[in-house]
Ligand binder design. Structure first.
Ligand code: NAD
Ligand code: LMR
Length: 327
């Protein structure tokens, strides 16, 4: 039996938490032979902590063989203690008519405190995955507080966007989802993100030649993927939750699977025209469990360069907006 991984999840009693925790405990995130201890962190709000009690009762009632313990707390020092993975979900979601960046004032401060505490108390091998919006910027804020853990351990999720793009391409081409490969997301988890369709393949052929509709790829495709979150909020009256939890399972599962190639928002080192020191979506290849290298071999045409420049500009503007928080 392997040693259990300690997995801290913030916002554990929220919408995403309710779809996520059961998947982690069932083995979907870390594999069918990897036991876990869930360290569930909530805000110090009576209602949230009461709801968390109920979620923990349901986890118990699932009798998951891999679940070796549950910690319930509103104290980050306890929630992140010795954690091997810190999944930062807890943050306000946006409502209709808002952009994700509108959440920065409220959510940004959460990530200053959590970044500092994770750096102080999490395990030496800790990995951090940020979901709370605006995810790229919150990840940058959390990483800015770390002195012990290297910046590349802090990643933000753009996997939901990758999954959305894959489905849109499959639907347009009328093929099974599994026929679509190598669609990666560049930049910010915002409408400015760029799903780089020129590198995607469908049944091994260039997706652009299979779809044969350049105007659709450059227009409605990019727009649908970029604005899918808002479309879900408009339809559901609440932001995506089950698909977000599923994407986080994919994000982490790919990061612990050597050889996996997938989209992750990571600290830029200047590749693809992104300035160093923004967290931007890029394709990465997992090297060893929890570690990755950015794939640098994709060439960009003029359209792609323009799209990347726009999402990069936005990331730099938001970074300037939070300059006080990342000092
Ligand atoms: P929710 O409101 O249902 O749940 C958030 C939970 O976080 C609440 O239970 C709240 O009490 C808790 N919380 C707030 N502050 C906390 C803190 N300091 N420590 C611990 N817990 C805290 O929201 P949700 O639908 O679960 O969404 C969570 C976040 O994820 C939002 O910011 C949302 O916009 C974002 N999101 C991101 C993506 C993505 O692709 N990156 C996708 C969907 C949602
Ligand atoms: C999403 O993309 O569904 C999430 O980021 C939630 C949102 O605010 O759109």
């Amino acid at each position: 039996m392997k040693t259990p991984l300690r997995v801290a999840v913030t916002g554990a009693a929220g919408q995403i938490g309710y779809s996520l925790l059961f998947r982690i405990a069932s083995g979907a995130m870390f594999g069918p032979d990897q036991p876990v201890i869930l360290q569930l962190l909530e805000a110090p709000i009576e209602k949230a902590l009461k709801a968390l009690e109920g979620v923990a009762m349901e986890l118990d009632d699932c009798a998951f063989p891999l679940l070796k313990g549950i910690v319930q707390t509103d104290k980050p020092e306890l929630g992140f203690k010795d954690a091997n993975w810190c999944l930062l979900v807890g943050a306000k979601p946006r409502g209709p008519g808002m952009e994700r960046a509108d959440l920065l004032k409220d959510n940004g401060t959460i990530f200053i405190a959590q970044g500092r505490i994770i750096d102080a108390v999490a395990a030496a091998d800790a990995r951090i995955a940020v979901v709370g919006n605006p995810a790229n910027t919150n990840c940058m804020i959390a990483a800015s507080q770390a002195r012990r853990l290297p910046a590349e351990r802090f990643t933000a999720m753009v996997r939901l966007d990758q999954n959305r793009a894959q489905t849109q391409l499959a639907k347009k081409a009328g093929v099974d989802l599994t026929a679509v490969k190598d669609i990666f997301i560049y930049g910010n988890h915002s409408p400015s993100m760029f799903p780089a369709f020129a590198h995607a393949t469908i049944n091994g052929k260039a997706a652009a030649s299979v779809i044969n509709d350049d105007a659709w790829l450059k227009g409605p495709f990019c727009e649908t993927v970029g604005k899918r979150g808002a479309a879900i909020i408009a339809a559901r009256g609440a932001s995506s939750a089950a698909s977000a939890a599923n994407a986080l399972v994919d994000h982490v599962r790919s990061l612990v699977t050597p050889g996996a190639i997938h989209s992750v928002a990571v600290k830029s080192d200047g590749r693809y025209g992104f300035d160093a020191n923004v967290w931007a979506g890029m394709p990465v290849r997992t090297t060893t469990p929890g570690s990755y290298e950015v794939i640098t071999s994709y060439g960009m045409d003029v359209f792609a360069k323009t799209k990347i420049a726009a999402t990069f500009k936005e990331l730099v503007e938001v970074r300037a907006f939070v300059a006080e928080m990342i000092k």
